[in-house]
Design a protein around this ligand. Structure first.
Ligand SMILES: [Zn+2]
Ligand SMILES: [Zn+2]
Ligand SMILES: [Zn+2]
Length: 348
């Protein structure tokens, strides 16, 4: 349990050498505490000092996390490259065989989806996730009253950490409004790239939806015709209704399995792309839905995690949070105030 003490400013100037006297990391003032408590808040600057986490910390597993992230990033990049190249190679001859205009339209849509997905992916993966703002700290005259309210000290970065900032041990840095560390983009999702991350999810879902539709359509066009056995064709009208049903199912399954072995390489790639894109789609849809729920609640994944562990929630559930998140101008948001979508939250 945390114990925090707010001391009036006039008490802070006294420099009394006692066991219970502690130094605030934020403004450098000495604070006399009523007892030897490990966590306290400075009455002048508002910074929280936690004596339990004293000393500089070195993260020895940082290199391993970096290697893991680079590997994931390579796998994701290669997978995207395979989907793009495989899709272009397998689909183009079939689409252009339908009609030239159909082929041109397909080329245009493919190019648009590739550019959008790769651009949003690059912005989410290679943009700094949310560097915290540089603030002055450490000496009393420089730090004004309440300037570091609820700030804590990051013992990894050796700098102040705002209440909305978290230290990511995979990136080795503090991230403003950190949502989570995503190994697939090898980066944190924070204040600066959260919007691009959501755009990347939407773009990938739309792209995989297009890949599934086109590949299924092309696979059906190139699928070898089902060949039924001669005995089945000769006797199909002589069976009773029960025999007919079971015989029909068996014969279709057998003919289908036979036709799979006759599939061309192009057909196999089309089937694989279709199945793979559906699997990716399901996973990403769940992730996108979860992310939109967090944004609607005006929180991040980490802030909700902290609130479930006893810390207070600051967000208010409102659909305008989603519009605000995507940079909707205030003049447009005002019109939505007619609809009160926000719901009352009960304290847990
Ligand atoms: Zn202070
Ligand atoms: Zn840090
Ligand atoms: Zn990170």
């Amino acid at each position: 349990m945390r114990h925090m003490v707010d001391l009036p400013a006039e008490n802070l100037e006294a420099l009394i050498i006692e066991d219970n006297e502690k130094k605030c990391w934020g403004c450098g003032l000495h604070i006399l505490l009523p007892s030897n408590i490990p966590v306290f808040r400075c009455g002048w600057c508002g910074a929280i000092t936690n004596l339990n986490t004293k000393g500089d910390r070195k993260d020895n597993s940082l290199w391993w996390r970096c290697v893991r992230d680079r590997c994931f990033l390579c796998i994701v990049s290669l997978f995207m490259l395979f989907i793009i190249c495989g899709g272009v190679w397998a689909l183009y001859p079939i689409v252009f065989s339908i009609s030239f205009s159909c082929g041109i339209f397909h080329s245009f849509v493919t190019l648009l989806l590739i550019v959008t997905t790769l651009t949003t992916f690059s912005l989410a993966a290679f943009r700094p996730a949310g560097p915290p703002p540089n603030i002055v700290w450490g000496s009393y005259p420089v730090v004004s009253k309440g300037e570091l309210q609820d700030y804590t000290f990051c013992h990894y970065c050796l700098r102040p950490k705002s209440p909305r900032t978290h230290h990511c041990r995979s990136c080795g840095t503090c991230v403003l409004d950190m949502d989570h560390h995503c190994p697939f983009i090898g980066n944190c999702v924070g204040a600066s790239n959260h919007r691009y991350f959501i755009a990347f999810l939407i773009s990938t879902i739309v792209s995989t939806l297009y890949v599934t539709t086109m590949c299924t359509f092309a696979a059906l066009r190139t699928w070898p015709p089902l060949r039924f056995s001669k005995s089945f064709l000769d006797h199909r009208y002589r069976f009773s209704s029960t025999h007919l049903a079971t015989g029909l199912v068996k014969e279709i399954a057998f003919a289908f399995l036979n036709s799979v072995f006759l599939l061309s390489t192009r057909g196999v790639i089309l089937v694989y792309l279709s199945v793979a894109s559906v699997s990716v789609q399901i996973g990403l849809c769940v992730l996108l839905w979860q992310q939109l729920c967090y944004i609607y609640e005006g929180e991040t994944y980490l802030s909700l995690l902290n609130s479930s562990q006893g810390e207070g929630r600051v967000g208010v559930r409102d659909c305008r949070n989603i519009l605000r998140f995507f940079g909707c101008p205030y003049s447009v948001l005002r019109h939505f105030s007619v609809f009160r979508w926000s719901r009352k939250r009960h304290k847990t």
